[in-house]
Design a protein around this ligand. Structure first.
Ligand SMILES: [Zn+2]
Length: 125
């Protein structure tokens, strides 16, 4: 997949999930070992600016999954942001654990949704 195709794939999901308030930039990175789902990531900046980065060497299928996966993180971002803000008010010794649990719950939700949506698309084609 070219950078342009990846960008288009991401924008397709941004539109589908009605995330138009977000400015989502994309980047494809060189390098080995970036072919699995975990190799992509989304970085958040102030306001509604996000950058999705994925590996150039992954298969087109992995890159498609990455696009959906990372856009789902954007969809859940506000919820996690609020949860982390609440966690900040907890005693120090609890905070790290709760922050980690919030992150893990978000990741698990994104993985479930990615799989479900992918299955739906496969059934429909
Ligand atoms: Zn993730």
């Amino acid at each position: 997949m070219t950078e342009k195709q990846f960008h288009r794939e991401v924008q397709r999901w941004v539109e589908r999930f009605r995330l138009q308030e977000w400015d989502v930039q994309t980047e494809m990175l060189e390098g080995e070992g970036v072919s699995n789902e975990d190799a992509s990531q989304v970085l958040f900046y102030k306001g509604h600016l996000a950058l999705i980065a994925t590996g150039k060497s992954g298969s087109a299928e992995d890159q498609q999954l990455s696009a959906l996966h990372e856009v789902l993180h954007i969809a859940l971002h506000r919820l996690s942001e609020i949860a982390h803000r609440v966690a900040k008010k907890l005693p120090e010794e609890l905070r790290a654990e709760i922050d980690e649990q919030i992150q893990m719950a978000e990741e698990a939700t994104v993985i479930r949704l990615t799989r479900g949506i992918t299955e739906l698309l496969e059934e429909g084609s």
